[in-house]
Design a protein around this ligand. Structure first.
Ligand code: NAP
Length: 133
């Protein structure tokens, strides 16, 4: 289903996302894979790696808190895999509002931007951490 398609991965430089990119390359022949994340160093290191320097990858700096930037990045995108997140539990307990801005408001921005730009489908990851207080 991803052959010839353009896929945008939010948080594309993370551990899940890089493995996801490897699997996409192994199983499909996409037109383009856009990595959307904040840190230019992680993006440039990923771009320099032989696995991701095939010409299929585009590196887009952006923050899921910024809906206009997401809309720009999603132009002509077929599928979005939303994996950008903050996930360290101690940091969440100390900085709850920052986690709400990225994990909740950011997810809403991804959905809104996908609807606004006509993305066919968004696949969103659930957090792999759960805590009880
Ligand atoms: N790894 C697993 O095995 C696994 C399993 C189940 C679920 N998950 C879930 O999958 C998600 C990703 O996990 P991960 O292990 O890949 O985490 P990770 O290695 O910490 O990667 C997180 C990614 O999100 C980006 N990011 C963070 N805040 C952002 C923002 N505001 N805007 C755009 N990008 C942002 C980070 O890049 P920048 O810092 O450069 O922006 C990075 O690329 C989490 O929700 C996690 O709970 C992971």
């Amino acid at each position: 289903m991803l052959n010839g398609k353009t896929i945008l991965i939010t948080g594309g430089t993370g551990s899940f996302e890089k493995q996801c990119c490897r699997e996409i390359l192994r199983r499909f022949d996409p037109e383009k894979v856009i990595i959307f994340s904040r840190d230019e160093l992680k993006q440039s290191e990923m771009a320099a790696s032989p696995t991701f320097s095939s010409g299929k990858f585009r590196f887009f700096l952006g923050d899921v808190r910024d809906k206009p930037r997401l809309e720009r990045a999603m132009h002509d995108v077929d599928y979005v895999i939303h994996a950008a997140a903050l996930k360290q539990v101690p940091a969440a307990e100390y900085n709850p509002h920052e986690f709400i801005k990225t994990n909740i408001n950011g997810a809403m921005n991804v959905v809104d931007a996908a609807i606004a730009t006509g993305v066919r489908r968004v696949i969103a990851l659930s957090i792999d951490k759960a805590t009880a207080t």
